[in-house]
Every structure is written in C-alpha cells, then in structure tokens.
Design a protein around this ligand. Structure first.
Ligand SMILES: [Zn+2]
Length: 219
C-alpha cells in the first residue's frame, strides 16, 4: 500500500483535485483552519477476467499504441487482466498459450504468454527472423471455432520491456516463435486469418477434428 500525503488550501488551484478525490472517496481529509489534509491511497490493482473480443470487432483491427510508462497503474492492471483472462480461457477450453491487449479491448502494445516463457511483453518488436519457415494450423481466442493453415518464421528474436520496464531480448524457435508472431500481429491489427496460405485453408474446428480422426487433414 502506498500512501501519499498532501495538503492544500481550500481555495487553491487544487480544488479540482479535492473534488475528484471526494467523488472517488479514496481519501481521508481533515480541515485545519483553511487547509485540508488529504490522504490518498494508490488504487489497488484489481484483476479481472475480461470478455474476449471476437472476429469482426473493429478494435481487433487497430494499431496499438506504444506504452510510454510501464509503471503506470493502467499498464499494471492490463497485465493482471491479461494473465487472469488467459488462465480462465485455458481452464475452460483446454488450450491457449498467449493473449494480446486488444483482445480485451485495450489498444496498447502489451501481450501476455504462458508457454516456455511466462509473463508480459511490452512494446515487443521482432528484430530478427530466420529465413526458414514452417507451416501450421493456428487458432485464436477471438475466433475459437476456426483453424487457419499458415506460414511462420521458424526462429525469431524479440526485443521488449518486461513488467519492471527492463529491456530484454527473447530468442524463440518453433512453438514459441509462432506464438510470438501471432500475438505481435494482434498489436498491428493483423489476425491469423489474414495469413492463411489461401482461402481453402480456413476451416471450422469441428471439421478439422473430424478430418484429424480420419488422419486425412490435407496440408
Ligand atoms: Zn489471437
């Protein structure tokens, strides 16, 4: 808990602050002559499972803004929401390794992954890509009933800020590389369906599973 003690004159320019704090009821104030003591508590980060936006929602097509201050309260809250929402989706559906902020309606450059690396990547940039590519069936929380056959770089390097604002680099191959490419695409408004090798390779999950059982999913 962080406490911040402020005092100000009742008729000072901080009257607006006073009113705001009064409305939010996040203070203890005591009048001493014409001064008020204002005791504010840093808002607690309340995490929540958020609704995942679905294909067709225009927010998924926006370019996300760069995060300027990693320590800002809203960034901390977004990371907590992403962590909770990913954990909830995994528990309900049995799959899911990563999520991007626009999928919960926040157009900021933040992704959260839980596969080989666990944590938030803020302002992630792909700095290196292998020439070697591979193809896979990809899925997405924003269209959970659809699978897309697409191509990704086999290995990449990603520069990002971690939750403490430390500059880091992640070298990724295979599963982690394709996951990061998928999530970073979200921050640029790009979805897996845009990467399909052709329109015939966008199929319903039920059909994919039916064909898998017959061992005849064509590539
Ligand atoms: Zn996705």
């Amino acid at each position: 808990m962080t406490l911040k003690l402020q005092y100000f004159q009742r008729k000072s320019t901080q009257t607006t602050l006073w009113k705001r704090c009064f409305m939010n009821q996040d203070f203890i104030a005591s009048p001493i002559r014409n001064f008020y003591i204002l005791l504010t508590e840093k808002p607690k980060t309340i995490m929540a499972v958020k609704e995942i936006l679905l294909l067709g929602n225009p927010i998924l097509r926006r370019r996300c803004k760069t995060v300027r201050d990693v320590r800002a309260n809203d960034v901390e809250a977004t990371i907590a929401d992403l962590r909770e929402t990913l954990a909830d989706f995994r528990a309900r559906s049995g799959f899911g390794r990563g999520i991007a902020a626009p999928q919960i309606g926040i157009a900021q450059q933040i992704i959260y992954i839980n596969f080989e690396y666990t944590g938030a990547l803020i302002n992630p940039r792909i700095t290196k890509r292998s020439r070697t590519k591979f193809r896979l069936w990809d899925d997405c929380f924003s269209f959970p009933d659809i699978l897309v056959f697409l191509e990704r770089n086999m290995a990449i390097e990603v520069a990002f800020l971690d939750e403490l604002g430390t500059k880091r680099t992640l070298k990724a191959r295979g599963g982690l590389a394709e996951l990061l490419q998928h999530e970073i695409d979200h921050l640029n408004g790009v979805l897996a369906i845009d990467r399909a090798i052709d329109s015939k390779h966008i199929i319903l999950r039920k059909e994919y599973e039916r064909r898998s059982q017959m061992a005849s999913v064509t590539m």
